[in-house]
Ligand binder design. Structure first.
Ligand code: FAD
Length: 318
């Protein structure tokens, strides 16, 4: 049974750094935001123990604690944080139009502005040993976690530009990086391949896949398999980085918002504006380049300011 329709000024979808920062700014601008957390309250950072690079935490902080603090800061200014998943949207193409949103396939909300902060999910290989050791040496973010493996031997899986970029980033920090490429060639651009091939402590193994991540509590090694010969071999490593891509969480917006070929929402110029008036996107959902908590928070701030200015313009036009 559907409940009665609720009308609000600002709806924020997602509870990562982008969503909560948008909420802090929107609440302080008196937009009385309502934020839906989705299936992962606190977002991706709740899956990591150490965040060392978010400004303002000189000793570092664990991800779940940081996200609770962001939520508390958003609530302090009046954000209403609700558990729930946005399951359908019907955006208005009209300036000043009302956007219709369905939560958990039941509740209907009408919003004057919508801020999308649904993030992007890192892809993993799906091996049980990889899943067991996530947070224990298996990571999908070299820029976030590479520092913890300074001077150590690590491996990275992937063959695209991001994988090549992350492999050379790791090679700057680690004593040795082994890069596993499934095919007999790399998808990365020629320039990136050149960088990889000219990095001394970076070895590329083609036609090679992960057979099993070794270690009980933490990563201790990797068993690899050559997919041409079936031959298996092992190396000792302390960190395994998975760089096989991300999937932006945008399925429910398909057909309504402009996206790139991977599904990242396209925003206009330096703003967070989408192709729909009054609909804004912030954080990883619109960023296939940086994907960091601080950049997500920065664009969350921008989205709330864009929403506030959009509403102010409507009022002047009335
Ligand atoms: C293991 C790991 C470690 C990391 N470490 C660091 C680090 O040390 N430093 C750093 O800067 N970055 C780190 N990152 C990257 C950082 O977590 C992301 O860049 C950041 O969380 C992106 O924020 P976001 O708000 O855009 O999205 P996310 O954090 O991905 O949050 C998305 C939110 O949207 C919600 N959602 C999705 N779909 C719906 C829906 N339909 N309805 C309602 N809600 C929905 C989810 O429940 C979630 O709350 C790490 C990432 C990972 C995976």
């Amino acid at each position: 049974m559907s409940e009665s329709i609720e009308r609000i000024k600002c709806l924020i979808i997602g509870s990562g750094p982008a969503g909560y920062t948008a909420a802090i700014y929107a609440a302080r601008a008196d937009l009385k935001p309502v934020l839906y957390t989705g299936m992962e309250p606190g977002g991706q950072l709740t899956t990591t123990t150490e965040v060392d690079n978010f400004p303002g935490y000189p000793e570092g902080i664990d991800g779940p604690t940081m996200m609770v603090q962001l939520q508390q800061q958003a609530e302090r200014f009046g954000t209403e944080v609700r558990i729930g998943m946005v399951t359908a949207v019907e955006f208005s193409e009209k300036v000043g139009g009302i956007h219709k949103v369905t939560v958990d396939n039941a509740k209907q909300i009408e919003a004057e502005t919508v801020i999308i902060s649904t993030g992007a999910t890192a892809k993993y290989l799906g091996l049980p040993s990889e899943q067991k050791l996530r947070g224990g040496g298996v990571s999908a973010c070299a820029v976030c976690d590479g520092f913890f493996y300074k001077g150590q031997e690590v491996a990275i899986v992937g063959a695209g530009d991001t994988a090549a970029e992350e492999a050379t980033y790791l090679a700057n920090l680690c004593s040795k990086v082994t890069m596993l490429v499934r095919k007999d060639y790399m998808r990365a651009s020629k320039a990136m391949q050149h960088r990889v091939n000219n990095t001394k402590n970076l070895e590329v193994l083609y036609n090679t896949e992960v057979d099993e991540v070794l270690g009980d509590q933490v990563v201790e090694g990797l068993r690899m398999v050559n997919n041409q010969t079936g031959e298996k071999s092992e190396i000792k490593i302390t960190g395994l980085f998975i760089a096989i891509g991300h999937k932006p969480n945008t399925d429910i917006f398909k057909g309504q918002l402009e996206m790139d070929e991977t599904g990242y929402i396209i925003t206009k110029g330096k703003s967070t504006k989408t192709n729909m008036p009054g609909v804004f996107a912030s954080g990883d959902v619109q960023d296939n380049e940086y994907r960091q908590a601080v950049t997500a928070a920065g664009t969350g701030c921008m989205a709330a300011l864009d929403a506030e200015r959009y509403l102010a313009t409507l009022e002047t036009e009335d």
